[in-house]
Design a protein around this ligand. Structure first.
Ligand code: UDP
Length: 462
């Protein structure tokens, strides 16, 4: 029998595309044939996948749809200001017509479309061609439920519409929602209200909110031992017809440096430190710390006296540290200005804690590596991810809270760093090791994520 043909639509942000491409590799290994939509500047992201699965996976490249409010040549959210994000989502939706035309011209019909949750336009497209539309979430299910509810509250009811999806409350959290929970909701709502411009509200509706209504199924890079509560008693706002939890999708066997970053020198440097003694600091691929925030963090690292690796990731050369900082911490601290080999670093035995913005990929990478986290959420669903990690899963300690521009107290942050390195961090460290075992079990034969992935493939094959 011909292998079923699946169309895949990643959203061009690294944190979204990489896990979806990991899922593509898993689907290719299970006998599906996959065509992945991309644009010229994003094609390199696909290289490892295409090299590993030359027969099963191919790239389909379209020009990036131009938009008057976006700089020419911008094809990835890297380089996008936060205010431009909704416009970027809107611009990318311009691929709908060319992708539809391409799909119709294929000799082997597309039976399923797997599209990132910011590409809601792919769901009606799937219906139009008679394929199953599947939403891929690079985030966990709690984060998505919360975002759905907040988007609904923010996006204005279209004139004349009596659609009751516009009058929603915050999702009910199983158990007693704490005061703090409501505060988090309000904070995020305010953040989004600022980021959403009225003129792109319609695009957000189409490309995020309506996923739920138009899709046939929903697949999330999460797993039952982490988010079982929200999978078993689905929140009202995650009322997708079918939900598969298939994470962590990242392979366990990534070689050091395989996801980019110069690994050898750092790994050798880390070899010189005792097990669990080094703090790894990184805020993902997008966040750019302002000078006062960077200065507070630098001071905290300096005062705490802990060994550390500070990867400036997204911000890269743009992050400014105080004069002389690197010289003063030489020998026990390293600053990585380019792309860091994060997965390899987290798996190095010397790395004991991870100061993170709680981006979902970073979260799962730390969970899989059994590294406890110091949660410093900065935007979006990260606030809810932090809540999940600290209050529910018990694998993280709160480092800082208050958004990307919030300047923490260097002294307080230094004592959190020093505390976790000692006795105080012990319980959280043990719990992180446990959860790592649960994550590893989930993706092995007999595990929950393994079973969900098999179920997804079976449904696609039907
Ligand atoms: N990452 C990396 N090196 C860096 C910075 C980030 O490898 O220097 C990777 C990290 O391992 C993760 C991704 O980039 O896979 C960031 O995704 P996440 O969801 O954590 O955050 P986002 O970048 O979307 O804010």
């Amino acid at each position: 029998m011909e292998a079923p043909h699946v169309l895949v639509v990643p959203f061009p942000a690294r944190g979204h595309a990489v896990p979806l491409l990991d899922l593509v590799a898993l689907l290719a290994a299970r006998g599906l044939r996959l065509s992945v939509v991309t644009t010229p500047a994003n094609l390199p992201l696909l290289s490892p996948l295409l090299a590993a699965h030359p027969a099963a996976v191919r790239a389909v490249t379209f020009p990036f749809p131009s938009h008057p409010s976006l700089p020419a040549g911008l094809e990835n959210t890297k380089g996008c200001g936060p205010g431009q994000f909704p416009t970027f989502i809107h611009a990318f939706a311009g691929l709908r017509e060319p992708v539809l035309a391409w799909t119709r011209a294929q000799p082997d019909p597309v039976v399923a479309v797997v599209a990132d949750f910011f590409c809601g336009w792919a769901q009606p497209l799937a219906r139009e061609i008679g394929a199953a539309g599947i939403v891929f979430s690079p985030s966990g299910v709690l984060g998505v439920a919360v975002m759905h509810s907040i988007f609904r509250r923010l996006v204005r009811r279209p004139e004349g519409s009596d659609d009751d999806r516009f009058s929603v409350a915050f999702p009910a959290i199983p158990g007693e929602p704490s005061f703090q929970w409501r505060e988090l909701m309000m904070m995020y709502q305010n953040y989004m209200a600022g980021a959403l411009e009225e003129k792109v509200g319609e695009a957000v509706r189409q490309n995020f909110l309506w996923n739920q209504q138009d899709s046939w199924g929903f697949v999330s890079n999460t797993f039952r031992a982490l988010e079982g509560t929200y999978l078993e008693q689905p929140l009202e706002d995650l009322a997708f017809r079918r939900v598969w939890a298939v994470g962590p999708v990242a392979p366990y066997t990534v070689a050091a440096g395989a996801r980019g970053g110069e690994a050898a020198d750092l790994m050798a440097w880390l070899d010189g430190f005792p097990e669990g003694s080094v703090v790894y600091v990184c805020f993902g691929s997008q966040a750019l710390l302002t000078p006062p925030v960077a200065a507070a963090l630098a001071e905290a690292l300096e005062r705490s006296a802990v060994p550390f690796v500070w990867a400036m990731g997204g911000g890269g050369g743009g992050v400014v540290v105080p004069e002389g900082f690197e010289a003063r911490v030489a020998g026990r601290g390293r600053v990585v200005r380019g792309w860091a080999p994060q997965v390899a670093l987290l798996r190095h035995a010397a790395v004991g804690w991870f100061v993170t913005h709680c981006g979902w990929n970073s979260t799962l990478e730390a969970v899989a590596a059994g590294v406890p986290m110091l949660a410093w959420p900065m935007t979006g669903d990260q606030f809810f991810d932090a809540w999940l990690l600290v209050d529910e899963a018990g694998v993280a300690v709160r480092a800082c809270e208050g958004g990307i521009a919030f300047v923490p107290d260097a002294g307080e942050l230094a004592s959190v760093l020093a505390d976790v390195a000692g006795e105080k961090g012990r319980g959280v460290r043990a719990r992180a090791k446990e959860l790592a075992e649960e994550a590893a079990r989930a993706v092995k034969e007999g595990g929950s994520s393994y079973a969900d992935l098999e179920g997804l493939v079976q449904e696609i094959r039907k």
